[in-house]
Design a protein around this ligand. Sequence first.
Ligand code: PLZ
Length: 456
Amino acid sequence: MPDPEVPVTDLVSPVVQSRSLVTEIPGPRSRELSARRAAAVPPGVGTTLPVWVERAAGGIVVDVDGNRLIDFGTGIAVTTVGNSAPRVVAAVREQVAAFTHTCFMVTPYESYLQVAEKLNALTPGSHEKRTALFNSGAEAVENAVKIARSYTGRPAVIAFDHAYHGRTNLTMALTAKNMPYKHRFGPFAGEVYRVPMAYPYRWPTGPENCAQEAFDTFVSLVHTQVGEANTAAVIIEPIQGEGGFVVPAPGFLALVSAWCAEHGIVLIADEIQSGFCRTGDWFACEHEGVVPDLITTAKGIAGGLPLSAVTGRAQIMDSVHVGGLGGTYGGNPVACAAALGAIETMQAEDLCGAARHIGSVLTGRLTALAEKYDVIGDVRGRGAMIAVELVEGNGSKTPDAGLTAAVSSACHRNGLITLTAGTFGNVLRFLPPLVISDDLLHEALSIIEDAFAAAV
Ligand code: PLZ
């Protein structure tokens, strides 16, 4: 746990670990940059909080006006080890001075191999595994589908309601939500079929029936509309990210996993948001004892540098012809060095344990808040991946996106970076770095409580 008054790193940018607001949010320098941005960057690239960043470390983001904000967003679940984590900075500095790029497909280097070995060892299951590295999460998902199709010789892929898998053409097809991800961007890749998610809070007959009924519907839809023999893969987020931190009803993942095994269908766990200690385990599917055939990772893997991976059973991964997988930058040496620094940090600092601790603090105070405000319909998630779903209240589960936006902007104005999520835009999600101090964690929760008091 970093001492609040001691800089997290003296390497480049000492950042005091406390919140401090010296202007309104966003401040005048940020507003100037936002005005310039309009003439240089298209609005299609959105921005949650137009506070322009000067530096960041640990759990604090410093903006160009000198404000220090508490980071409950981690750049969408990326800087799990904290921003500019010391081991990541040191590893990147050393690598960038040695060589920046050769392309692993041209002349390879050991750090790629080390990351692959780490992933093969850390991901669930003791079977023989292989790992291929890419750049973005979407690219990992695309490759997992390519590998599953190549291995099975079948075309169809099954994805879930509320799923998010990326913004490329195939991953847009896999993503459930139209606005803003898919609207006017079709036609999409074919052979993608959607089935209901075991979403306990919104399951029509109640959470106790959710796992079995969702599974029965899944089996029936695949059988009648797709055919098991045409199905290459089922892709699922063990805890849905953009969809609103939906934790599948307990037992659902295990049922789907056993069914996939029975039909020779590849189970792909998309752990791009939920992986790397975020939920209190290395990977979220471990909590359910599920061992996927392929697992996609990115985000938290490399402390902020772009890196992603597909890890999976050797016989599946090895089924692709020589030269069938790759890309110029996949497994870039600087990103690999960062990943080794990030993974070492997770191990040395027991960040899975830290995530469980953060989860109990968050859940404790948010559950108390939900008792006070009936507009908080659900408090859910695991470890440091916790969300509240906001509804109209008075017994109604009608989503309240307006209130969600109001609470989130009240947090922003008070120096707490929060994100929203959910198919209906009514989920407030919290993704603190796992190195955050208890003081910052509690201060952030007080800001959230104040935001509810002001907005409800
Ligand atoms: N799979 C489970 O969460 C990325 C996207 C934000 P990329 N989620 C954040 C946005 O609005 O673009 C994500 C994910 C899961 C795949 C992806 C895609 O990862 O690195 O953004 O391509």
